[in-house]
Design a protein around this ligand. Structure first.
Ligand code: GRF
Length: 203
């Protein structure tokens, strides 16, 4: 399967996918990496792996709908089967979802439906939960609301600050992302309401 990954930051989730995809049996080929900003480590990771990159900045467009159309166009140039948002810190819009609804995965550093939005680890700490984690889901128009592919639980320790907790979550998050992107890329999947199911076997 052809996969485009979108990033906004350090790109450690991207790196885990690039490393896994070095083995062709992984089933997912990272054909391009896109970002909404320049100068980020995520783009440098792609360059080091000789994967083509593109940047679609909100500031270069008159408004969000125009940015959304430009992002959809830029992704479509690479004709992906799957799009993975790996720490992409913007909501995709209707133009993007018009092309890639059902085929876009996102990872969120909390156990949905708890703590959606930009600050999953901070919100979990403030609430005082003892277990949080990460959620891989199929993107819909909401904020971290789409059908859940997989979740992994991570303990919150008494001495945690936001960074320590987020780093512990990310260690598990990367493993989950690699496992499931590979599996979905190899086997395909069907979104049936809120459930992700295997496609019927082809004879
Ligand atoms: C991940 O925890 C992702 O879920 C969150 O931001 C982090 C991105 O980390 N939204 P990285 O850029 O992959 O290192």
């Amino acid at each position: 399967a052809r996969v485009v990954v979108l990033v906004s930051g350090s790109g450690t989730n991207l790196q885990a996918l690039l490393d896994a995809a070095a083995d062709p049996s992984f089933g997912a080929e990272i054909v391009a990496v896109g970002a909404d900003r320049d100068g980020i480590e995520g783009l440098r990771r792609a360059e080091r792996a000789s994967v083509p990159t593109f940047i679609v900045r909100l500031a270069d467009h008159p408004d969000r709908p125009a940015w959304d159309i430009a992002l959809a166009d830029a992704v479509a140039q690479h004709d992906p089967d799957l799009v993975v948002l790996a720490g992409f810190m913007k909501l995709t819009g209707p133009a993007f979802l018009g092309l890639y609804a059902g085929r876009t995965l996102n990872t969120h550093p909390a156990l949905s439906p708890a703590f959606p939005g930009m600050h999953g680890p901070r919100d979990a700490l403030e609430y005082g939960v003892k277990i949080t984690g990460a959620t891989l889901f199929v993107v819909d128009e909401g904020v971290d609301t789409g059908p859940i592919v997989a979740q992994v639980a991570v303990p919150v320790l008494d001495e945690d600050d936001e960074d320590a907790l987020h780093e512990r979550i990310k260690t598990s998050e990367r493993r989950m992302l690699v496992e499931w992107v590979g599996r979905l890329a190899r086997d395909g999947y069907i979104v049936d309401g809120r459930r992700i199911v295997s496609p019927p076997p082809t004879s």
